[in-house]
Design a protein around this ligand. Structure first.
Ligand code: BG6
Ligand code: MG
Length: 218
């Protein structure tokens, strides 16, 4: 008889463990302004968890203008350079409150952790935050073909840990991410506002509210 209902916790990165979601927002806002697309916080919620080209396409659609493939690649590259500038000085001080304690409590309880971020900058971010050694498995975003809300990345994380989906639960700050977790057949812990993350099983305001025993039904 297993002691706990779960064996692993699969984390999103941007907006969950660190506030890089804000830096993505700033970089996308700059790009949206440059192409004349209106862009606000509500629109940004639709971009969270969506990969770079998917996000770009949503912004360009909102601009109502046509762009060639070459233009799109150049715009995506420029956004990424702006984003990389913004994250260049990240350090362990940029972990969100409760993030380090949550990772430690999970590992102390004997559960595994994995990272499921669609960001191609994720490895650099976790290294700067000093948490790269806190995950048994980090999904390589370059190998993921379908961005959230597709369940692919959470299924890849469970497989990378050598576990079944029912052994894992996911932690996400985005609407697309919560959908991906639920489509993968996992329990979804939302981090943010219950009014936004309506499809999550449970929502907490931040990882400083994370209490592992609450999610470990025996
Ligand atoms: C996700 C973010 O984690 O990564 C999105 O929520 C971002 O906002 C996506 O667009 C892709 O990131 P990157 O770093 O590969 O452009
Ligand atoms: Mg996120």
């Amino acid at each position: 008889m297993r002691k706990y209902a779960y064996r692993a916790v699969i984390f999103d990165l941007d907006g969950v463990l660190t506030d890089t979601a804000h830096y993505h927002y700033l970089a996308w806002k700059k790009l949206a302004d440059s192409v004349g697309a209106s862009f606000d916080a509500a629109f940004n919620e639709q971009l969270k968890g969506v990969d770079r080209m998917g996000s770009l396409n949503l912004i360009l659609q909102a601009s109502g203008k046509e762009f060639s493939e070459a233009d799109k690649l150049a715009l995506a590259h420029r956004k990424n350079l702006d984003y990389q500038d913004l994250i260049s000085a990240l350090s362990p001080a940029d972990l969100l409150p409760g993030a380090a304690a949550a990772l430690q409590s999970i590992r102390a309880a004997g559960l595994k952790t994995a990272l499921a971020s669609v960001s191609k900058n994720a490895q650099a971010v976790i290294e700067r935050l000093g948490i790269a050694d806190q995950f048994e498995f980090v999904v390589d975003a370059a190998n993921i073909r379908n961005s959230k809300p597709d369940p692919e990345i959470f299924l890849a994380a469970a497989a990378g840990l050598g576990l079944q989906v029912q052994d894992c639960f996911g932690v996400e700050d985005s609407i697309a991410g919560i959908r991906a977790i639920k489509s993968a057949g996992m329990f979804a812990l939302g981090v943010g506002s219950p009014a936004v993350l309506t499809e999550a099983d449970v929502v907490i305001a931040g990882l400083d509210q994370f209490s592992l025993p609450d999610y470990l039904k025996e």
